[in-house]
Every structure is written in structure tokens, then in C-alpha cells.
Design a protein around this ligand. Structure first.
Ligand SMILES: Nc1ncnc2c1ncn2[C@@H]1O[C@H](COP(=O)(O)OP(=O)(O)OP(=O)(O)O)[C@@H](O)[C@H]1O
Ligand SMILES: [Mg+2]
Length: 161
């Protein structure tokens, strides 16, 4: 069985992530979405909520699983028996950002990173932009799967205190 890991922060999961997960599944028998704990990014949603929302969004996709991950990505990949890391590309900036990590991960363990071009119609969608739009009262309908907006608005409300 060919297993891939698709890592990210998923703060929150977007339709762009779902698109990449679907495309990754056409190449691999099993795709593990690795929701990074990622304290450095200081996520708005806690890990449990990010995992739960991603699970809900991807529940209908057979062969796709969502797990929380901590520590080195290559260690998580080894534990999952993955032969590749999958990353989505919106454009050249994503590639420039991802390339050193892909090379480092390969230098560490030999694992390859597979880059998948996302749907061009979803190129404007990033979790950080979705959070900014929601934070300032804009609609994020169509940018995120069902169930994400209320959870994100509640978390942003708590953030405001
Ligand atoms: N719309 C999209 N099209 C293609 N790839 C995407 C899209 N959105 C996210 N990805 C990819 O998903 C992976 C995980 O990304 P991550 O969880 O950091 O989301 P993000 O949208 O980049 O969030 P942030 O804006 O906070 O960095 C990355 O490889 C990223 O390139
Ligand atoms: Mg990003």
C-alpha cells in the first residue's frame, strides 16, 4: 500500500486543502492528513478543533485519514509507513517556501515530497486569508467546508476576549 502524508496547520481547513487531498488520493492508496500542533504559528483554533473540522470535511473521502502530529514530520511519516510527503502549490511563492523543507526532509531520511498543483480557481484561498476575512466580518462562504465558519467565528470571539 502506497501511503502519503499531507501535512499542514489547517487553521482552519479550507476547500483548497480538500482539493489537494482529493488529488493526492488519486496518486496514493492512503493519505494521512497530518495536523501539526505548530505552537510557533500560534493557531487560532486548538489542535483538537483543527483535527475535528478536517475530519468532518474529509469524512466522505475513502482512504483519507486525519491525525494530529507533533515533532519532526519525517518521524511522523516513518511511523505512518509513508513513502512521500504531499504539498499543494498555489504558485511560485509556495514552491520557494516549500523547497528547502522538501530538500531537508529528503536529506534527513530520503523521503520525497510530491508537489501537486491545486485548482487555479482556488488559488486565492489560504487559511491565513480566511482568518483575516472572518476576523473583519467578511463572509467565508465557499472558502471553507460546512461547519468551519461557526467554529472559526467562536474561536475569534474568544480571542477578542
Ligand atoms: N488553495 C490551495 N491550493 C493549493 N494548495 C493549498 C491551498 N491551500 C493550502 N494549500 C497547501 O496546503 C498545505 C498545508 O497548508 P497550511 O495548513 O499551511 O494552509 P495555508 O492555507 O497555507 O495556511 P496559512 O495561510 O496559515 O499558511 C500547503 O502545502 C499549502 O500549499
Ligand atoms: Mg501556508
Amino acid at each position: 500500500m502506497r501511503i502519503a502524508v499531507f501535512p499542514g496547520t489547517f487553521d482552519p481547513v479550507t476547500v483548497g486543502h480538500v482539493d489537494i487531498a482529493i488529488r493526492a488520493r488519486t496518486l496514493f492508496d492512503h493519505v494521512v492528513i497530518a495536523v501539526a500542533h505548530n505552537a510557533r504559528k500560534n493557531p487560532v483554533l486548538d489542535t483538537h478543533t483543527r483535527v475535528a473540522l478536517a475530519r468532518e470535511a474529509l469524512a466522505s473521502l475513502e482512504g483519507v485519514e486525519v491525525k494530529a502530529s507533533e515533532g519532526l514530520l519525517v518521524d511522523f511519516c516513518k511511523a505512518e509507513g509513508a513513502i512521500a510527503i504531499v504539498k499543494g502549490l498555489r504558485g511560485g511563492a509556495d514552491y520557494d517556501f516549500e523547497r528547502p523543507m522538501a530538500l531537508m526532509n529528503r536529506a534527513l531520511t530520503g523521503i520525497e515530497t510530491v508537489f501537486i498543483s491545486g485548482d487555479p480557481a482556488l488559488q486565492h484561498i489560504a487559511s491565513s486569508l480566511v482568518r483575516d476575512v472572518a476576523r473583519h466580518g467578511g463572509s467565508i462562504e465557499g472558502l471553507v467546508p460546512e461547519g468551519v465558519e461557526p467554529a472559526l467565528l467562536a474561536a475569534l470571539e474568544r480571542e477578542r476576549g
